[in-house]
Design a protein around this ligand. Sequence first.
Ligand code: OAD
Length: 249
Amino acid sequence: MTFSDTLKARIQTAQSVCVLTGAGISAESGVPTFRGEEGLWKKFKPEELANFQAFIRNPDLVWEWYAYRRKLIHEVKPNPGHVALVELERRVKEFTLVTQNVDNLHRRAGSQSVVELHGNIERSYCIECKTVVSELNLDALNRAPRCERCGGLIRPDVVWFGEMLPVEAFSKAEAAALRCDVFLCVGTSAVVYPAASLPITALDQGAYIVEINREYTDLSSRAHETLIGKAGEILPALLRQINFQQRGS
Ligand code: OAD
């Protein structure tokens, strides 16, 4: 695998790097992506389950889907793509990893500066009194649990369709997109807003935009480079070819 000199030089000399990841980076760990056949569970599309109305209509069904995803996530491991991003964080001066994933695999791999735009499947909270619950034994349940304090329904602490992103997380992500020299967009279909606006924010302020995906996306025509292939192969290869020793200060 070879990479352009421009890309290598940009990363080598970057003062600030921002990375946006999506489900594609976890695909090689065995976590299904959202769009396409593999995202279906019992014939439901994620959009049909990942919303508040669906939860109120049938909390047990939505809970069962999340319990299934949580179990699956506990059984898998971070892959070389996640690990390469840990290495990149160690090498560059300033680094922000913005993720749309709720699977916690970036933190498990060792990434420090992680901004979770869509929440984290490991946490849940009561829809009435907002008490946060993080015990993993919730996995065992195939029906939506009730809050011990007020009896309200417990939901996963993830952002559902039609819901606002956590304000603080999004402003951190936007600030990182506004100050970065290089923006990497890894394994995301780049169609879900406002996350999909981040590479455009970075592009507009002059950052070098690099997309890594198995296929072309809506972002491809605007990115400076699109690297087609698996994130778990491209990211480690890219890191191996950058000589961080020569970086300026
Ligand atoms: P998607 O499922 O929409 O897109 C996954 C992307 O990863 C696709 O563009 C694939 O081509 C690419 N891909 C798959 N395997 C890959 C690999 N090994 N290496 C590189 N790329 C690969 O997932 P997201 O873009 O993350 O939101 O979806 C964004 C949001 O929509 C999710 O966070 C979720 C979903 O609905 C909420 O739940 C709010």
